[in-house]
Ligand binder design. Structure first.
Ligand code: KG4
Ligand code: ZN
Length: 328
């Protein structure tokens, strides 16, 4: 079965073709980051318009790359939420129209399920069950994953997502948008121990997170500093260290609670090298990540999630034309 995947939930247009026998056949991504950077964040209306411009040409390229035509597709998977409604509607309209025209299934996919399953695209994928840490710009989730479609939420952020905290802290330090990668880069120049920020909620039982206080601690430190480049780097490092350590503590707790040995990490923040280093050092655990190019939003994870869902015969949303800004 060949599944075309369409991702348009935020500021990346991602299209990919996944074959259940041969694996990923081709994928293309267009990032709108440059366009939104001048506004300091994603402008939803501009995002939707750009998805309209890019989706069909990218789809043609993906088919050309694989040496196939649309008649070779067996199903179309598209991100149906969570995300920006106008942006989601572009992918949904294109995906459902194409599926209707070709008389093949249209598969609405939860964006976070796409991230969650993305490490399974790699050569040595983890067996079920595993704990999944999903860390993106919109979500911080710990999930007990027993099978495709069998997910139990263990914990989540009660305020900012960790990626959002990276971005907001970076913005406050004048690092532009999206700030997560820039802040991580600047942290490499920081002197460790210059600041000690709180590890929010680690002393309370449970697996929920909170990152807004950490962001405020960084803001206060910046205002009280000499505002030099070195202070900026020191604050970036202290922020990253506290965020990473908080995530690691909760992962360790989730692994203990479930008794699992396997941890799967995905979403934009899974590209963070400090996080990877700290998680790889967990004794007796196996940790899995997506390829760097599939940490952030992409079409491959949506095509793959569609194929997995279709094989498991577990569509998660009624087959109607709708999208969801929030999707618990
Ligand atoms: O998964 P993603 O591409 O989009 C969402 O679904 O939100 O995640 C984007 C988030 C942004 O907040 C971005 O700053 C963050 O991932 N991010 C990073 C790094 N690379 C991306 N945060 C920290 N370190 C990085 N290296
Ligand atoms: Zn995402």
């Amino acid at each position: 079965m060949r599944v075309l995947g369409i991702e348009s939930s935020c500021d990346e247009t991602g299209i990919a073709l996944y074959d259940t026998e041969k694996g990923l056949l081709s994928h293309r991504l267009f990032s709108q980051i440059e366009m939104h950077a001048e506004y300091g964040g994603v402008v939803p209306e501009l995002a939707s318009r750009d998805h309209i411009r890019k989706a069909l040409p990218l789809m043609q390229q993906v088919l050309d790359d694989a040496g196939l035509t649309q008649n070779d597709i067996d199903a179309v998977a598209y991100t149906a939420g969570p995300g920006l409604v106008g942006a989601l509607l572009v992918g949904a309209a294109i995906g459902r129209s194409l599926a209707w025209a070709l008389s093949i299934p249209a598969l609405p996919i939860n964006h976070m399920e796409g991230h969650l399953l993305s490490p399974l695209l790699e050569d040595s994928p983890p067996d079920f069950p595993f704990v999944s840490l999903l860390v993106s710009g919109g979500h911080t989730l710990l999930v007990d994953v027993r099978a495709v479609g069998n997910y139990h939420l263990l914990g989540e952020s009660i305020d900012d997502a960790v990626g959002e905290a990276f971005d907001k802290t970076a913005k406050m330090l004048g690092l532009g948008y999206p700030g997560g990668p820039a802040l991580a880069k600047l942290a490499e120049q920081g002197v460790s121990g210059s600041y000690d920020f709180p590890r929010p909620m680690v002393n309370r039982p449970g697996l929920d997170f909170s990152f807004s206080g950490l962001k405020t601690a960084a803001l206060n430190a910046w205002h009280n500093s000499d505002q030099s480049v070195q202070s900026k780097a020191n604050i970036a490092l202290a922020f990253e260290t506290a965020a990473v350590e908080t995530l690691v503590i909760k992962c360790r707790r989730a692994l203990k609670q479930t008794g699992y040995r396997r941890l799967v990490v995905a979403g934009g923040v899974s590209a963070n090298q400090s996080l990877r280093q700290a998680l790889n050092a967990l004794p007796g655990k196996q940790v899995f990540y997506p390829a760097m190019r599939f940490c952030s939003d992409n079409g491959a994870m949506i095509a793959f999630a569609g194929a997995m869902r279709q094989q498991a015969m577990k569509p998660d949303m009624p087959a109607i034309f709708t999208v969801r800004a929030r999707w618990p």
